[in-house]
Design a protein around this ligand. Structure first.
Ligand code: AGP
Length: 608
């Protein structure tokens, strides 16, 4: 996703903008640019490629002197990655410039209207429309011009805006794309995400939809769309910058794989009190929990995969029917809600457009919503009726690992708590499950010790073209995540398949030496899985099995077995996913790819 930054204060702006953009690189981009007011005019430099090119072009910002500016990393949506399409964009006399994260959905109509009024466009972007529209409405009052533009545009945006006539001010506004404001000692900031400004301030303001911010060197003013001033509280960011640095690891992804024991413990332990589960932020009485008639779990990507696992856990333990939906499908399929429904939306970033839209769809129908979110203060966290945070800390690598693992923990805790309140499990089962949960951080730590063996195995598959992940029940859900981890960072085609379904067509793709990763953690499905392994092996597949320790019978069927420590079958995903993450990581590394920033992908998909 695009990243925006802005600064106004007593320091030279350009180096601060470049530094802020470097902290947003993880969002994925293909060009970058900055614009700075130099005392007379707004100077701009932009370039395709990585930020390094822009840093060289601007000599680290030295060629752009000035104390106020905006910057942008662009993840191309409308118009290919070129210098001209890179942000910022100017109006015709270069007196207004804008950076934008999001999509203006009615930009073509607006562009035609502006062209009809004599405006000329130089780029293919939707963003340039904003620059000319601001020009069209501007008559000396920036706030008024911005509000008029907001009434005309449709879509999502986080904007940073500079007006040459008001060099002591920067303006910002958002709708559906993330935007924060930072208040520092040496000036004030705007950014798409906290890492961009954490070096300068911990005091941030999370901006609501269509709130406009006016920043000066030493003041912040917030306005609603009626141009009325509004008061806002700041939030103190507690995590430190090192959490958002690589700390000696070659890639963030490996660092975050290794942070999983801590992330799981940080999400789990604060909610285990006096031998029970305490989820204060849930906001539901026991009566309301007993009355829940149905649960929807709605998410995208890996977060969706945790929902597929959670379905088995909620239904198995709490006996509550669960429907798991891809957010991009849920929001358009006009779901039929029964009374006493709970919609749980799961999102690491809390800004995924489809998941946010699904949340709003549920709320518009009067359905109770709960967010399971990692980024504090994100849109989903603030708009859900209640939010249960995962405490994974900042996750920078595009491929999620620790956030995924903490989402599972949050779902387990909810399912066990609901099961207890609804008297579906007895005290002994409850205690046994809490005991198993508490062991997970150490068991994950143990599995991380198997890294070298998996790296060696991964190096045998760098040239492979197709990999299949198969499993039954919860193992099928694990297969989905294993498959996504591999393909999104190694670009190798892979599929997750319900093992029992292979013979209904897909098994025709299995040939000599096709790698099949078989998940075999569910005791009650062992036998079935062993026969599915046999099915693919007789057709030439090489089978890597991921099985629970003690199930040595699988060695008779599989070519290579990774064993997991014993745990409650409902929690197996938390362990089985570790070798799959490591496998995907080392295939990508072995192929010499940018593991943290895979091609075409962004960390937070804030557009549809
Ligand atoms: C998974 O590795 C990907 N990064 C992607 O599937 C991600 O899980 C999905 O885009 C959802 O993101 P969210 O959790 O921030 O909503």
């Amino acid at each position: 996703m695009c990243g925006i930054v802005g600064y106004i204060g007593g320091q030279q702006a350009a180096p601060i903008l470049l530094d802020g953009l470097s902290k947003l690189e993880y969002r994925g981009y293909d060009s970058a640019g900055i614009a700075v007011y130099n005392g007379e005019k707004i100077q701009m430099v932009k370039s395709t490629g990585k930020l390094k090119a822009l840093e060289e072009l601007t000599q680290g910002g030295a060629v752009l002197p000035g104390f106020s500016g905006i910057g942008h990393t662009r993840w191309a949506t409308h118009g290919s990655p070129t210098d001209v399409n890179a942000h910022p964009h100017f109006n015709k006399d270069c007196s207004i410039t804008v950076v934008h994260n999001g999509i203006i959905e009615n930009y073509l109509k607006l562009r035609k209207k502006l062209e009809g009024k004599g405006y000329q466009f130089v780029s293919e972007t939707d963003t340039e429309v904003l620059a000319h529209l601001l020009d069209y409405y501007y008559n000396g009052n920036p706030l008024e011009a911005i509000v008029k533009v907001l009434y005309r545009v449709e879509g999502s945006y986080a904007l940073g805006i500079l007006f040459k006539d008001f060099p002591e001010e920067i303006y910002a506004v958002r709708k559906d794309s993330p935007l924060i404001v930072g208040q520092g000692k040496e000036g004030n900031f705007i950014a798409s995400d906290v890492p961009a400004i954490l070096k300068y301030t911990r005091d941030v303001y999370f901006i609501e939809n269509q709130e406009i911010v006016k920043l000066t060197r030493d003041s912040l003013n917030f306005y609603n769309i009626d141009e009325e001033e509004v008061q806002k509280e700041s939030t103190r960011i507690e995590w430190d910058m090192s959490a958002a640095e690589k700390a000696g690891y070659e890639f963030f992804m490996l660092k975050e794989i290794y942070e999983q024991p801590k992330a799981v413990a940080d999400t789990l332990y604060p909610r285990l009190k006096d031998d029970g589960i305490v989820i204060e932020e849930l906001g539901m009485t026991e009566e309301e929990i007993r009355n829940i008639g149905k649960i929807y779990i709605v998410a995208c990507g890996s977060a969706y995969h945790t929902g597929v696992t959670a379905k088995y856990v909620f239904e198995g333990l709490a006996r509550i029917p669960v429907e798991v939906d891809l957010a991009s499908e849920f929001r358009y399929r006009d779901p039929i809600f029964q009374p006493n429904t709970l919609v749980i939306v799961v999102s690491q970033s809390g800004e995924t457009a489809d998941t946010l839209a699904a949340l709003r769809e549920a709320k518009s129908r009067g359905v109770r919503t709960l967010g399971i979110v990692n980024v504090v203060g994100s849109s989903i966290a603030r708009e859900a009726d209640n939010v249960m945070y995962t405490w994974a800390g900042p996750e920078i690598a595009v491929a999620t690992t620790k956030a995924y693992s903490t989402q599972l923990i949050a779902e387990y805790l909810l399912a066990i708590y609901f099961a207890k309140v609804r008297n579906e499990i007895d005290s002994r089962q409850f205690e046994d499950m809490l005991h198993d949960l508490k062991k997970l951080p150490d068991q994950i730590e143990f599995l991380l010790g198997g890294k070298e063996k998996l790296q060696h195995f991964a190096n045998r598959y760098l040239a492979t073209e197709h990999v299949f992940f198969i499993g039954r029940g919860i193992d099928y859900a694990i297969s989905m995540e294993g498959s996504l981890k591999l393909k999104e960072i190694s670009y190798i085609h892979s599929e997750a398949y319900a093992a029992g379904e292979l013979k209904h067509g897909t098994i025709s793709l299995i040939e000599e030496n096709t790698l099949v990763v078989a998940l075999v953690t569910q005791k009650d499905l062992y036998k079935k899985m062993l026969s599915n392994i046999q099915e693919v092996r007789t057709r030439g597949a090489f089978v890597m099995a991921v099985a629970t320790a003690g199930n040595t019978e699988v060695e008779k069927s599989a070519d290579y077995v990774v064993y997991l420590p014993e745990t409650n079958p409902y929690f197996a995903n938390s362990l089985a996913v570790i070798p799959l993450q490591i496998f995907g990581y080392y295939v990508s590394l072995g192929k010499g790819l940018d593991v943290d920033k895979p091609r075409n992908l962004a960390k937070s998909v804030t557009v549809e």
